[in-house]
Every structure is written in structure tokens, then in C-alpha cells.
Design a protein around this ligand. Structure first.
Ligand SMILES: [Zn+2]
Length: 116
């Protein structure tokens, strides 16, 4: 089973199971607005929001490309609650962008070192 579509299906199923996990639900509960049902507070700017995204503070990193990759990727996805935070859409987008940039920078650094 090496087809890319199978890997993609496994990723989306893993994320589905993660969203149903106790840790994920607890992370979501943590930012709930007790005064208004269905509302949350962003843990980054404390703005109220109806759509909260649960973010990995230390990013999970690249999605698995092979079955073997799931070995390190799954424990990162199912991380302890201390690595989870609730962010509203805008903050989540900004953080994802910053994470990607950081990942690219560290990759560039690695490439530079390998070239020396
Ligand atoms: Zn925010």
C-alpha cells in the first residue's frame, strides 16, 4: 500500500480521530466562553470567536509521505495538551505561515551546512 491517495486517506482519518480525542476536546474546552455558548476566546489575542482552531504550538511538521513516516508523525499529532492552543482563524493562518517560514529557514540552514 504505497499509493499517495491511500496515504492521504490515512492522514485525514488520523486527523478525524485526533479531533475526537479527549486531549483535543479538552484543549477546545479550555478556550470556551462560559458566558456565551458556542463561543471561544483565541489564546493568542483573546478575541472572541465562534470558529476555534486547535493548533500545535510546536508544529507537527511535514505530512507523512510513506507508511513509515506515520511512526513519528502520529505521536506528534496526538501530542500532550500542553502543546495545544486554541486560535481564531486569522491567528491560526498567521501562525501556520510563520511555522512554514521557520521550517523552510531551518531546511535552508541544513542544506547550507551540508554544502560546506
Ligand atoms: Zn488571536
Amino acid at each position: 500500500m504505497k499509493r499517495r491517495s491511500d496515504i492521504r486517506k490515512l492522514i485525514s482519518k488520523a486527523r478525524e480521530v485526533w479531533r475526537q480525542s479527549e486531549t483535543y476536546q479538552a484543549a477546545k474546552k479550555k478556550c470556551r466562553d462560559r458566558m456565551r455558548s458556542g463561543w471561544f476566546f483565541c489564546e493568542c489575542c483573546f478575541e472572541p470567536t465562534e470558529a476555534i482552531k486547535i493548533d500545535h504550538k510546536i508544529p507537527i511538521g511535514k505530512e507523512p509521505q510513506t507508511l513509515e513516516d506515520f511512526g513519528w508523525w502520529l505521536p506528534k499529532l496526538f501530542c500532550p495538551i500542553t502543546n495545544l492552543q486554541g486560535l481564531r482563524n486569522d491567528c491560526h493562518k498567521r501562525k501556520t505561515k510563520e511555522d512554514k517560514l521557520k521550517m523552510k529557514e531551518s531546511k535552508d540552514e541544513k542544506t547550507k551546512k551540508e554544502m560546506l
